[in-house]
Design a protein around this ligand. Structure first.
Ligand code: UDP
Length: 238
């Protein structure tokens, strides 16, 4: 069963490619092509970009910076990523809007929920940049918040090289097994590291499903939109 409206979460690291930091234009172009193909299925797609490839608030705080300031730098990093993705999508002829949680009208539209929904209805890819606009949060929490606000059917957690949620880290523990389905309670009880606790709680309280899958496998974003991807689905359960 195809989803009608999805919220795709892409971590900053996913945009960095093998270097691990910065933005790799080839990788961004590949992701943009996957998003275009998914959109062509008739799915409304909103995207939340992370910023960890450029800056994380915690890094600054560990260096002695004031946490809030360091977090604002992280939010600005997500806007750089958002613009890179917007550019790559537009190069493919896809209509987009980048909306920022921190106002910078010369660069992108300010985030206004009703406008975001309108853009989606018109078939534009909407990129939510700047996180929640508040320090002490993450872009995972942003994804959960925006998904709730726009009434998304599901959050697609596109992972780099990991094809779902495992009982343990498969790189360390060879007996680790992949879950096909989980409930939010399972995730909290087993303390599975998928999103931070704030994000998981928001998803649980607002009954938003989560699909965790490997984005590096060509075509998986489209398959995830069709609810056909080989990954892990997390939901409220019965
Ligand atoms: N950030 C923030 N508030 C938000 C979202 C993000 O302060 O609502 C900052 C925070 O410092 C974080 C950085 O932006 O470390 C980058 O986001 P994140 O670490 O979530 O990116 P990802 O891990 O997905 O690349």
């Amino acid at each position: 069963m195809k989803y009608n409206r999805v919220l795709l979460k892409i971590s900053g690291e996913a945009l960095a490619g093998e270097k691990g930091t910065g933005i790799d234009p080839k990788v961004v172009a590949d992701i943009a092509a996957q998003i275009r193909d998914a959109k062509n299925l008739g799915v409304e797609i909103a995207v939340v970009c992370g910023g960890g490839n450029i800056w994380r608030g915690k890094t600054g705080a560990d260096m002695g910076m004031e946490r809030a300031n360091a977090d604002y730098m992280g939010m600005l990093a997500t806007i750089m990523n958002g613009l890179a993705l917007q550019n790559a999508l537009e190069a493919l002829g896809v209509h987009t809007r980048c909306m920022t949680a921190i106002e910078m009208k010369e660069v992108a539209e300010p985030y206004i929920r009703r406008r975001a929904v309108r853009h989606l209805e018109k078939g534009r890819i909407v990129i939510f940049a700047g996180g929640t606009g508040s320090p002490y949060f993450t872009t995972d929490t942003t994804a959960a918040l925006r998904a709730a606000e726009i009434n998304a059917d599901v959050i697609l957690m596109a992972k780099n090289g990991v094809d779902g949620v495992y009982s343990a880290d498969p790189k360390i523990d060879p007996t680790a097994t992949k879950f096909d389905k989980l409930t939010y309670l399972d995730v909290l009880n087993k303390d599975l590291k998928i999103m931070d606790q704030t994000a998981i709680t928001l998803c649980k309280d607002n009954d938003i499903d989560l699909s965790v899958f490997n984005m590096q496998k060509e075509g998986n974003i489209a398959l995830a939109c069709e609810n056909k991807v080989d990954g892990t689905i997390i939901s409220k359960g019965e």
